[in-house]
Ligand binder design. Structure first.
Ligand code: SF4
Length: 312
């Protein structure tokens, strides 16, 4: 069989090792060298051009519950579990003492340790056990899983729990959480645990600030990514129509596989961007040098534009 292997950036160093396993079985193996940041990004075009029978996508689970259509190419997801020391969760217990019911989420890399995490939280700290709840998200479909663009496994639990606990590396995933409850991030790599509600509020304020700045834009670029899980041309065309109808003088749709901020700066013609691609692009909007608004904020933006138009 002809097999294309695709690894996210953090796992590309494992590529040769994995390729050798398939080659030993007599398969013809190709490695995708294009950057890959998420489960939204299947190397389907490469697989089709290579006439591959199978695309093996490592390190991510299926994105959403609908299988991506891929012609004759079979898609296989291979998780790459990373076992970490759960001691940081134990150290977080004193912080969590005031909260009886906890919602727990983690990334796909640590999901195999979810039951062990629950056990630590359930036992709690010196006579303060917790009830622990998990659920499934919309795009992150495994129990307890969150993605940068889908925190619904945490958000859905908000009304049922006293606090939410994210376990995993970095700030990217927990800063996607929208729930209005105390949120704690426990990081096994930094061996740290902290409440992050201040950071969440700062992020929301930044997004609100960019939305307000975008209302003055005379020209708006709507970003569309061709990545398998991000492509949303219908939403972009609809947004264009509605923004023009509300008096924004110039609106153009910008199509790209990967949103590259320096390439956007070269356009030098847009006062603001609306992204229909990865919603976490707005975290780095400074790099585009212009305010950036997520598609999810479009209804609010249109409402504000309408009110401004009415006031003139
Ligand atoms: S859309 Fe963005 S946050 Fe979601 S999986 Fe893709 S890269 Fe990650």
């Amino acid at each position: 069989m002809r097999i294309l292997l695709q690894f996210p950036q953090g796992l590309k160093s494992k590529a040769l090792e994995e390729a050798a396993k398939f080659e030993k079985e007599g398969h013809e193996v190709f490695l995708s060298a294009t950057p890959c940041w998420g489960a939204c990004d299947l190397a389907l075009d490469e697989a089709k051009k290579l006439k591959a029978d199978t695309l093996v996508h490592y390190g991510h689970a299926q994105f959403g519950d609908k299988k991506v259509k891929s012609g004759r190419v079979e898609i296989e997801y291979r998780l790459y579990p990373i076992t970490v020391d759960l001691a940081a969760l134990g150290s977080a217990l004193p912080l969590l003492k005031p909260y009886k019911k906890l919602g727990l989420v983690t990334t796909v890399s640590h999901l195999h340790q979810l039951e062990d995490m629950k056990k630590i939280l359930r036992e709690g700290d010196s006579g303060h056990p917790h009830e622990v709840l998990t659920t499934r998200g919309a795009l992150a479909i495994l129990e307890g899983q969150v993605l940068g663009c889908d925190s619904s496994a945490a958000d859905k639990l908000s009304s049922q729990v006293d606090a939410l606990v994210y376990f995993g590396g970095g700030e990217f995933h927990p800063l996607g959480i929208k729930a209005g409850k105390p949120v704690f991030a426990v990081n096994p790599y930094a061996r740290s645990a902290m409440q992050i509600n201040d950071l969440l509020v700062r992020k929301r304020k930044k997004e609100q600030g960019m939305l307000i700045a975008a209302l003055d834009a005379k020209s708006i670029g709507i970003l569309v990514s061709t990545k398998s899980g991000q492509f949303n041309i219908r939403a972009a065309e609809n947004a264009k129509k509605r923004l023009l109808a509300l008096g924004v003088p110039r609106v153009s749709i910008l199509v790209t596989s990967e949103v590259d901020f320096s390439s956007l700066q070269d356009f030098n013609s847009f006062d603001a961007y609306l992204t229909t691609a990865c919603p976490r692009l707005v975290d780095d909007a400074e790099r585009a040098g212009k305010p950036m608004v997520n598609l999810a904020q479009l209804p609010k933006m249109l409402q504000m534009l309408k009110e401004l138009k009415g006031a003139k």
